[in-house]
Write a protein that binds this ligand. Sequence first.
Ligand SMILES: C[S@@+](CC[C@H](N)C(=O)[O-])C[C@H]1O[C@@H](n2cnc3c(N)ncnc32)[C@H](O)[C@@H]1O
Length: 242
Amino acid sequence: MRIRKWLLAVLVAAGLSAATYAVGLYRDAHPEDETAFLFDLLDVGTGAVVAEIGAGQGHMTLAAARLVGPSGKVYSAELDQAQLEALQRSAHNSGVSNVLTVRGSEVTTNLPEGCFDVIFMSKVYHHFTRPREINASLYRALKPEGRLAIIDFEPRWWRFWLRLPAGVPGNRGGHGMPIGILVEEMTAAGFRLERSISDWWSFPEQRYCLVFQRTESRSWAPSHNEIVSSRHIRVSSFRSRE
Ligand SMILES: C[S@@+](CC[C@H](N)C(=O)[O-])C[C@H]1O[C@@H](n2cnc3c(N)ncnc32)[C@H](O)[C@@H]1O
């Protein structure tokens, strides 16, 4: 009898873990949903000029290009030339013509200055080896009231098997980006924390999304914005743009 109960408990736990993992996999496999959610949050609509940093395979860049439509533009800045070329091919193959790829470097995005309503990046900031310089470059690329969304994750002990990206500052404490240090670095670069979402999109892996606004003064004091859960965010047209 006892064994049966244990077996049942193990089966229920395994079922729940598998379901949780499946939700995570589904979400990772649907970057277009994540991008639509992000754009709703940032009020990015048709005709906007936005940029993604470190697009990797470019799923969010392509989704963004569809969301801003032919009258908008998406610049995609990547460090890795092979990734950039793969992204150009994917854009071409999927008939997307409003993506402009830009080769970035460790110290600059190489984006044009004063152009962007919104710049976003996902799982990239913790790879920056020269955050001060890159942040100055992001600041210059944004329009005066432009916003920057950074999706990343805290370093956690269970990611011990992930190598620390080579050359990153020593204060990261593992593979990831501590929110407190990120806010300090962005504030020093002239950004104001506008919104902070603690459980961004991914599940069970916990990511966050911080939205910063470019300020005119670089001595802006850090704000004590409430950290909210994405469950409390109301977005009006999520998915309706597709
Ligand atoms: C972990 S991958 C994330 C890729 C993609 N954003 C995603 O969510 O799947 C990090 C990416 O950031 C790029 N990267 C790192 N530093 C960069 C920089 N300074 N400028 C542009 N891209 C950078 C890397 O080449 C890599 O493609």
